[in-house]
Design a binder for this molecule. Structure first.
Ligand code: ATP
Ligand code: MG
Length: 350
Protein backbone atom coordinates (compact mmCIF):
# COMPACT_ATOMS: atom_id res chain seq x y z
CA UNK A 1 0.00 0.00 0.00
CA UNK A 2 1.55 3.32 -1.07
CA UNK A 3 0.56 6.82 -0.08
CA UNK A 4 0.29 9.76 -2.45
CA UNK A 5 -0.07 13.21 -0.93
CA UNK A 6 -2.05 15.63 -3.10
CA UNK A 7 -1.33 19.34 -2.66
CA UNK A 8 -3.90 21.03 -4.93
CA UNK A 9 -2.67 24.55 -4.15
CA UNK A 10 -4.00 27.67 -5.82
CA UNK A 11 -5.62 28.90 -9.02
CA UNK A 12 -6.18 26.06 -11.48
CA UNK A 13 -4.26 23.70 -9.14
CA UNK A 14 -7.38 22.27 -7.45
CA UNK A 15 -9.15 21.91 -10.81
CA UNK A 16 -6.40 19.83 -12.41
CA UNK A 17 -5.70 17.81 -9.24
CA UNK A 18 -9.39 16.88 -9.08
CA UNK A 19 -8.95 15.10 -12.42
CA UNK A 20 -5.87 13.29 -11.07
CA UNK A 21 -7.98 12.15 -8.14
CA UNK A 22 -10.57 10.65 -10.52
CA UNK A 23 -7.90 8.94 -12.62
CA UNK A 24 -6.03 7.63 -9.57
CA UNK A 25 -9.20 6.19 -8.03
CA UNK A 26 -9.99 4.34 -11.25
CA UNK A 27 -6.44 3.14 -11.88
CA UNK A 28 -4.96 2.14 -8.55
CA UNK A 29 -7.12 0.73 -5.77
CA UNK A 30 -4.10 0.04 -3.56
CA UNK A 31 -3.08 3.70 -3.42
CA UNK A 32 -3.98 5.82 -0.38
CA UNK A 33 -4.66 9.44 -1.29
CA UNK A 34 -3.96 12.12 1.30
CA UNK A 35 -4.64 15.80 0.77
CA UNK A 36 -3.42 18.99 2.46
CA UNK A 37 -3.77 22.71 1.85
CA UNK A 38 -0.70 24.30 0.25
CA UNK A 39 0.41 27.72 -0.97
CA UNK A 40 -1.97 30.66 -0.74
CA UNK A 41 -4.82 28.35 0.18
CA UNK A 42 -2.85 27.20 3.22
CA UNK A 43 -1.85 30.78 4.06
CA UNK A 44 -5.53 31.80 4.13
CA UNK A 45 -6.40 28.89 6.42
CA UNK A 46 -3.35 28.61 8.66
CA UNK A 47 -1.28 31.77 8.12
CA UNK A 48 1.56 29.82 6.48
CA UNK A 49 1.98 28.41 2.94
CA UNK A 50 3.13 25.06 4.32
CA UNK A 51 2.18 23.82 7.78
CA UNK A 52 4.60 21.65 9.74
CA UNK A 53 1.97 18.96 9.72
CA UNK A 54 1.66 19.02 5.93
CA UNK A 55 5.45 18.92 5.62
CA UNK A 56 5.61 15.89 7.91
CA UNK A 57 2.93 14.11 5.87
CA UNK A 58 4.88 14.88 2.69
CA UNK A 59 8.08 13.37 4.11
CA UNK A 60 6.20 10.27 5.24
CA UNK A 61 4.47 9.74 1.86
CA UNK A 62 5.78 7.72 -1.06
CA UNK A 63 5.17 10.61 -3.46
CA UNK A 64 3.82 14.15 -3.39
CA UNK A 65 1.81 15.59 -6.27
CA UNK A 66 1.09 19.31 -6.31
CA UNK A 67 -1.08 21.42 -8.58
CA UNK A 68 0.33 24.94 -8.62
CA UNK A 69 0.84 27.74 -6.13
CA UNK A 70 0.65 31.51 -6.18
CA UNK A 71 -1.50 34.27 -7.55
CA UNK A 72 -2.08 38.01 -7.28
CA UNK A 73 -4.07 37.59 -4.07
CA UNK A 74 -0.91 36.70 -2.10
CA UNK A 75 1.66 38.82 -3.94
CA UNK A 76 1.67 41.35 -1.08
CA UNK A 77 2.21 38.82 1.72
CA UNK A 78 5.58 38.91 3.57
CA UNK A 79 8.19 37.14 1.42
CA UNK A 80 8.56 34.17 3.77
CA UNK A 81 4.78 33.61 3.79
CA UNK A 82 4.24 33.77 0.05
CA UNK A 83 3.03 30.63 -1.70
CA UNK A 84 6.33 30.25 -3.61
CA UNK A 85 8.25 30.27 -0.31
CA UNK A 86 6.19 27.26 0.77
CA UNK A 87 7.27 25.42 -2.38
CA UNK A 88 10.95 26.25 -1.85
CA UNK A 89 10.69 25.03 1.73
CA UNK A 90 9.06 21.79 0.65
CA UNK A 91 11.75 21.16 -1.99
CA UNK A 92 14.45 21.77 0.60
CA UNK A 93 12.79 19.56 3.22
CA UNK A 94 12.42 16.76 0.66
CA UNK A 95 15.99 17.32 -0.63
CA UNK A 96 14.89 16.83 -4.23
CA UNK A 97 18.00 17.70 -6.21
CA UNK A 98 17.20 16.22 -9.63
CA UNK A 99 14.49 17.94 -11.61
CA UNK A 100 13.19 15.77 -14.45
CA UNK A 101 11.51 17.75 -17.19
CA UNK A 102 10.39 15.66 -20.15
CA UNK A 103 9.76 17.39 -23.45
CA UNK A 104 7.43 15.02 -25.23
CA UNK A 105 5.66 15.78 -28.45
CA UNK A 106 2.57 13.65 -28.84
CA UNK A 107 2.10 12.84 -32.51
CA UNK A 108 -1.47 14.10 -32.39
CA UNK A 109 -0.16 17.53 -31.39
CA UNK A 110 2.96 17.85 -33.56
CA UNK A 111 1.22 20.69 -35.42
CA UNK A 112 1.20 22.82 -32.26
CA UNK A 113 4.99 22.88 -31.91
CA UNK A 114 7.07 26.00 -32.56
CA UNK A 115 8.90 23.82 -35.14
CA UNK A 116 7.63 22.06 -38.24
CA UNK A 117 6.07 18.65 -37.44
CA UNK A 118 8.85 16.68 -39.17
CA UNK A 119 11.38 18.14 -36.71
CA UNK A 120 9.45 17.10 -33.60
CA UNK A 121 7.44 14.05 -34.56
CA UNK A 122 8.31 11.41 -31.96
CA UNK A 123 10.24 13.92 -29.83
CA UNK A 124 10.96 12.50 -26.38
CA UNK A 125 13.70 14.35 -24.48
CA UNK A 126 14.30 14.07 -20.75
CA UNK A 127 16.04 17.08 -19.27
CA UNK A 128 17.60 16.47 -15.86
CA UNK A 129 18.25 19.80 -14.18
CA UNK A 130 20.25 20.13 -10.97
CA UNK A 131 17.79 21.82 -8.63
CA UNK A 132 19.34 22.62 -5.26
CA UNK A 133 22.76 24.12 -6.06
CA UNK A 134 24.52 26.42 -8.48
CA UNK A 135 24.21 30.13 -9.02
CA UNK A 136 20.73 30.39 -7.47
CA UNK A 137 22.15 29.56 -4.05
CA UNK A 138 25.93 30.18 -4.10
CA UNK A 139 27.53 32.64 -1.69
CA UNK A 140 28.52 35.45 -1.80
CA UNK A 141 25.53 37.08 -3.41
CA UNK A 142 23.91 40.46 -3.09
CA UNK A 143 23.91 44.05 -4.28
CA UNK A 144 26.30 46.56 -2.69
CA UNK A 145 26.82 50.27 -3.24
CA UNK A 146 30.37 51.26 -4.14
CA UNK A 147 32.25 54.37 -2.96
CA UNK A 148 31.57 56.15 -6.24
CA UNK A 149 27.82 55.57 -5.85
CA UNK A 150 27.65 52.79 -8.41
CA UNK A 151 26.07 49.53 -7.43
CA UNK A 152 27.63 46.12 -7.78
CA UNK A 153 25.61 42.89 -8.02
CA UNK A 154 27.19 39.53 -7.25
CA UNK A 155 26.06 35.95 -7.82
CA UNK A 156 28.29 32.97 -7.29
CA UNK A 157 28.12 29.58 -8.96
CA UNK A 158 29.31 26.78 -6.69
CA UNK A 159 29.22 23.04 -7.30
CA UNK A 160 30.83 20.19 -5.40
CA UNK A 161 31.79 16.78 -6.72
CA UNK A 162 28.96 15.06 -4.85
CA UNK A 163 26.33 17.51 -6.08
CA UNK A 164 27.35 16.90 -9.68
CA UNK A 165 27.72 13.18 -9.23
CA UNK A 166 24.31 12.50 -7.68
CA UNK A 167 22.35 14.34 -10.36
CA UNK A 168 24.43 12.77 -13.14
CA UNK A 169 23.76 9.35 -11.68
CA UNK A 170 20.02 10.01 -12.05
CA UNK A 171 20.58 10.93 -15.70
CA UNK A 172 22.60 7.80 -16.48
CA UNK A 173 20.07 5.57 -14.74
CA UNK A 174 17.24 7.15 -16.74
CA UNK A 175 19.14 6.75 -20.01
CA UNK A 176 19.46 3.02 -19.46
CA UNK A 177 15.69 2.68 -19.52
CA UNK A 178 15.43 4.89 -22.61
CA UNK A 179 17.67 5.27 -25.70
CA UNK A 180 20.87 4.95 -23.67
CA UNK A 181 22.35 8.37 -24.43
CA UNK A 182 23.27 11.25 -22.10
CA UNK A 183 24.24 14.73 -23.26
CA UNK A 184 25.96 16.68 -20.48
CA UNK A 185 25.79 20.46 -20.92
CA UNK A 186 28.01 23.10 -19.32
CA UNK A 187 30.37 25.90 -20.31
CA UNK A 188 33.71 24.26 -19.52
CA UNK A 189 35.36 26.61 -22.00
CA UNK A 190 34.75 29.65 -19.77
CA UNK A 191 33.63 28.42 -16.32
CA UNK A 192 35.46 26.57 -13.53
CA UNK A 193 32.25 24.88 -12.40
CA UNK A 194 31.82 23.81 -16.03
CA UNK A 195 35.29 22.23 -16.01
CA UNK A 196 34.55 20.40 -12.79
CA UNK A 197 31.15 19.33 -14.14
CA UNK A 198 32.75 17.76 -17.21
CA UNK A 199 35.45 16.07 -15.13
CA UNK A 200 33.00 14.54 -12.63
CA UNK A 201 30.54 13.34 -15.30
CA UNK A 202 33.38 11.80 -17.31
CA UNK A 203 34.76 9.97 -14.26
CA UNK A 204 31.35 8.69 -13.16
CA UNK A 205 30.64 7.49 -16.69
CA UNK A 206 33.92 5.56 -16.88
CA UNK A 207 33.41 4.05 -13.43
CA UNK A 208 29.74 3.02 -13.44
CA UNK A 209 28.04 3.76 -16.76
CA UNK A 210 30.43 2.90 -19.58
CA UNK A 211 27.53 1.12 -21.34
CA UNK A 212 25.72 4.45 -21.80
CA UNK A 213 26.66 6.76 -24.67
CA UNK A 214 27.96 10.03 -23.19
CA UNK A 215 28.34 13.26 -25.11
CA UNK A 216 29.52 16.64 -23.79
CA UNK A 217 28.02 19.74 -25.33
CA UNK A 218 28.55 23.40 -24.48
CA UNK A 219 25.27 24.82 -23.21
CA UNK A 220 25.03 27.53 -25.86
CA UNK A 221 25.48 24.95 -28.58
CA UNK A 222 22.82 22.80 -26.87
CA UNK A 223 20.40 25.74 -27.05
CA UNK A 224 21.04 25.92 -30.77
CA UNK A 225 20.90 22.18 -31.36
CA UNK A 226 17.56 21.93 -29.54
CA UNK A 227 16.00 24.06 -32.26
CA UNK A 228 18.11 22.78 -35.15
CA UNK A 229 17.78 19.06 -34.59
CA UNK A 230 15.92 18.19 -31.36
CA UNK A 231 15.49 14.53 -32.27
CA UNK A 232 19.23 13.94 -31.61
CA UNK A 233 18.67 14.18 -27.83
CA UNK A 234 17.67 11.51 -25.34
CA UNK A 235 18.66 12.57 -21.79
CA UNK A 236 20.21 15.99 -21.15
CA UNK A 237 21.88 16.62 -17.78
CA UNK A 238 22.86 20.12 -16.79
CA UNK A 239 23.14 22.59 -13.94
CA UNK A 240 20.41 24.66 -12.30
CA UNK A 241 20.69 27.77 -14.48
CA UNK A 242 21.27 26.14 -17.87
CA UNK A 243 18.58 23.58 -17.01
CA UNK A 244 16.09 26.33 -16.28
CA UNK A 245 16.67 27.85 -19.69
CA UNK A 246 17.05 24.70 -21.78
CA UNK A 247 13.93 23.09 -20.31
CA UNK A 248 11.79 26.14 -21.09
CA UNK A 249 13.19 26.15 -24.60
CA UNK A 250 12.45 22.44 -25.00
CA UNK A 251 8.88 22.99 -23.74
CA UNK A 252 8.21 25.17 -26.77
CA UNK A 253 9.04 22.24 -29.06
CA UNK A 254 6.01 20.35 -27.75
CA UNK A 255 2.30 21.04 -27.91
CA UNK A 256 2.26 23.52 -25.02
CA UNK A 257 2.66 23.90 -21.28
CA UNK A 258 -0.77 22.44 -20.50
CA UNK A 259 0.71 19.03 -21.28
CA UNK A 260 4.09 19.02 -19.60
CA UNK A 261 4.75 17.23 -16.31
CA UNK A 262 7.81 17.29 -14.08
CA UNK A 263 9.37 15.37 -11.25
CA UNK A 264 11.88 16.35 -8.60
CA UNK A 265 13.75 13.41 -7.13
CA UNK A 266 16.06 13.00 -4.17
CA UNK A 267 17.93 9.96 -2.97
CA UNK A 268 16.56 6.53 -3.98
CA UNK A 269 13.76 5.42 -1.68
CA UNK A 270 12.86 8.98 -0.67
CA UNK A 271 9.56 10.51 -1.89
CA UNK A 272 9.62 12.47 -5.14
CA UNK A 273 7.78 15.75 -5.73
CA UNK A 274 5.69 15.86 -8.90
CA UNK A 275 4.06 18.85 -10.52
CA UNK A 276 2.89 20.20 -13.86
CA UNK A 277 5.35 22.76 -15.21
CA UNK A 278 2.62 25.37 -15.63
CA UNK A 279 1.73 27.86 -12.93
CA UNK A 280 -1.56 28.63 -11.21
CA UNK A 281 -2.87 30.49 -14.29
CA UNK A 282 -5.05 33.00 -12.42
CA UNK A 283 -6.36 34.29 -15.76
CA UNK A 284 -8.36 31.10 -16.35
CA UNK A 285 -8.84 29.79 -12.78
CA UNK A 286 -12.32 28.71 -11.75
CA UNK A 287 -13.64 28.52 -15.31
CA UNK A 288 -13.07 24.85 -16.12
CA UNK A 289 -10.71 25.80 -18.96
CA UNK A 290 -7.48 24.34 -17.59
CA UNK A 291 -5.88 21.40 -19.34
CA UNK A 292 -5.47 18.64 -16.72
CA UNK A 293 -3.07 16.55 -18.81
CA UNK A 294 0.12 18.06 -17.36
CA UNK A 295 -1.10 17.10 -13.88
CA UNK A 296 -2.27 13.66 -15.05
CA UNK A 297 1.11 13.03 -16.72
CA UNK A 298 2.82 14.17 -13.50
CA UNK A 299 0.85 11.44 -11.74
CA UNK A 300 2.11 9.03 -14.40
CA UNK A 301 5.68 10.05 -13.49
CA UNK A 302 4.90 9.46 -9.80
CA UNK A 303 3.65 5.95 -10.61
CA UNK A 304 6.84 5.31 -12.53
CA UNK A 305 9.51 6.87 -10.33
CA UNK A 306 8.19 6.77 -6.75
CA UNK A 307 5.33 4.32 -6.52
CA UNK A 308 6.94 1.40 -8.36
CA UNK A 309 3.99 0.95 -10.71
CA UNK A 310 5.47 1.11 -14.20
CA UNK A 311 2.60 -1.08 -15.41
CA UNK A 312 -0.01 1.48 -14.37
CA UNK A 313 2.14 4.35 -15.68
CA UNK A 314 2.26 2.71 -19.11
CA UNK A 315 -1.49 2.18 -19.02
CA UNK A 316 -2.14 5.79 -18.11
CA UNK A 317 0.24 7.04 -20.80
CA UNK A 318 -1.60 4.95 -23.40
CA UNK A 319 -4.94 6.37 -22.22
CA UNK A 320 -3.70 9.95 -22.60
CA UNK A 321 -2.35 9.23 -26.08
CA UNK A 322 -5.63 7.59 -27.08
CA UNK A 323 -7.62 10.58 -25.85
CA UNK A 324 -5.45 12.96 -27.90
CA UNK A 325 -5.63 10.74 -30.97
CA UNK A 326 -9.42 10.72 -30.71
CA UNK A 327 -9.30 14.51 -30.83
CA UNK A 328 -9.82 15.42 -27.17
CA UNK A 329 -8.67 19.05 -26.85
CA UNK A 330 -9.00 21.70 -24.20
CA UNK A 331 -8.90 25.33 -25.28
CA UNK A 332 -5.12 25.78 -24.91
CA UNK A 333 -4.53 23.13 -27.58
CA UNK A 334 -7.22 24.36 -29.91
CA UNK A 335 -10.37 22.64 -28.66
CA UNK A 336 -13.36 23.32 -26.46
CA UNK A 337 -13.41 20.55 -23.84
CA UNK A 338 -13.64 21.55 -20.20
CA UNK A 339 -11.16 20.34 -17.59
CA UNK A 340 -13.58 17.64 -16.44
CA UNK A 341 -14.38 16.55 -20.01
CA UNK A 342 -10.67 16.04 -20.68
CA UNK A 343 -10.60 13.97 -17.48
CA UNK A 344 -13.54 11.96 -18.90
CA UNK A 345 -11.61 11.37 -22.14
CA UNK A 346 -8.68 9.89 -20.22
CA UNK A 347 -10.96 7.80 -18.00
CA UNK A 348 -12.57 6.39 -21.14
CA UNK A 349 -9.17 5.18 -22.29
CA UNK A 350 -8.66 3.43 -18.94
P1 ATP B 1 4.21 30.80 -12.63
O1 ATP B 1 5.03 31.99 -12.30
O2 ATP B 1 3.37 30.31 -11.49
O3 ATP B 1 4.98 29.73 -13.32
P2 ATP B 1 3.40 31.89 -15.11
O4 ATP B 1 3.21 33.35 -15.10
O5 ATP B 1 4.64 31.32 -15.67
O6 ATP B 1 3.14 31.33 -13.66
P3 ATP B 1 1.28 30.12 -15.90
O7 ATP B 1 0.43 30.15 -14.70
O8 ATP B 1 2.03 28.87 -16.17
O9 ATP B 1 2.22 31.37 -15.92
O10 ATP B 1 0.41 30.49 -17.16
C1 ATP B 1 0.94 30.99 -18.38
C2 ATP B 1 -0.17 30.99 -19.43
O11 ATP B 1 -0.51 29.66 -19.80
C3 ATP B 1 -1.46 31.63 -18.93
O12 ATP B 1 -2.09 32.35 -19.96
C4 ATP B 1 -2.30 30.43 -18.54
O13 ATP B 1 -3.67 30.68 -18.66
C5 ATP B 1 -1.85 29.35 -19.50
N1 ATP B 1 -1.91 28.04 -18.86
C6 ATP B 1 -1.11 27.60 -17.87
N2 ATP B 1 -1.43 26.37 -17.50
C7 ATP B 1 -2.49 25.99 -18.26
C8 ATP B 1 -3.27 24.80 -18.35
N3 ATP B 1 -3.05 23.74 -17.56
N4 ATP B 1 -4.27 24.79 -19.24
C9 ATP B 1 -4.49 25.83 -20.04
N5 ATP B 1 -3.80 26.96 -20.02
C10 ATP B 1 -2.79 27.07 -19.14
MG1 MG C 1 6.34 30.14 -15.03
Amino acid sequence: MSTLLLLPGDGIGPEVIEQVRRVASRLANDLTLEERAFGGTSFDQFGTPLTEEAEAVALASDAVLMGAVGGPKWAGAPRAQRPEAGLLRLRQAMNVYANLRPAICFDALAGASALKPEFVSGLDIMIVRELTGGVYFGQPRGIETLADGQKRGVDTQVYTTSEIERVSRVAFELARGRRNKVTSCEKSNVMETGLLWREVVTALHARDYADVQLEHMLADNAAMQLVKNPLQFDVIVTDNLFGDILSDEAAMLTGGIGLLPSAALGDPGKPGLYEPIHGSAPDIAGQGLANPLAAILSFEMALRWSLGRTDLADKLNAAVKAALEEGARTRDIGGSLTTAQMGDAVLKGL
